[in-house]
Design a protein around this ligand. Sequence first.
Ligand code: GLN
Length: 310
Amino acid sequence: MTTALDAPPLDPILDDIVRTHRPQREAGSVPTHIPSLAAVPYNRFGIAVATASGDVFTSGDAHIPFSIQSISKVFTLAMALQRGGTSSVWSRVLREPSGTAFNSLVQLEVEHGIPRNPFINAGALVVTDHLMEETPDAASALLRFLAREAGGPGPFIDEAAAANELSNSSRNLALAHFLKDFRNLRQPAEFVVENYVRQCSIMMTCVELARAGLFLAREGHGTSGTVLSRNEAKRIGSIMLTCGMYDAAGEFAFRVGLPGKSGVGGGILVIVPGHCAICVWSPRLDAKGNSLAGSEALADLSDRTGWSVF
Ligand code: GLN
């Protein structure tokens, strides 16, 4: 079996992954409710691997900032678990795959306002509400967390993009009002959605995201020290594996075999426990809202290196 330790040298593999998977034509789509994402050139493609020993390997557009969107949900969950009182966040959100779209309203109504998991929008709104109880500006706290773990001041909030998305946020507002009606939201729905959209509008590079995700590959030890206990880091990895790609989580687990989290900005963060964190980015999406070229590239990378949790 090939492991990370005896995998072939990474630089030529990553260069070949970029050559093979960088889109040559405008396939897939971009989300219509986030106008800023439509302006990103379709042929952007970057990849970064941050290893447990502290090395970073990159290829392609790994140093260009992009909108992290739902990848933020991994880090807000980590912050909620850091706060302790884990029972309170877990009494408000479940840990089951949803099998529905990331912004689906139907399931929330049927299941009485308890979101299926923290990585769909309804679940992330509950996590945001939970964080806002202690830190009203949870988005700025997230930004500080990310800068600390990424090891530099690079991450920033694209406030114009956030304002733009906010004016197209009827669906997220509907989810928040549903949650409120079921008494699973404590702050005003508008405040929670505004804060959530600002979290999604954080801009980071593949290198920064891979470094920021390293604590999940290192049993909770991040670049700045201990972020979470080993057990909490394990749990986030488990939820990424089962829920990180929305209703394509099964297909992604089948093809890649690693815990991942995608965002509609085209980024995917993937964890190889004990070995490395990987971030790939390419903006055009498949029908489920996951990066088309990014998903292909990760399946290819996992096949070439043997990296998987199985
Ligand atoms: N900001 C986006 C939304 O709420 C995030 C969705 C995503 O990345 N899947 O619709």
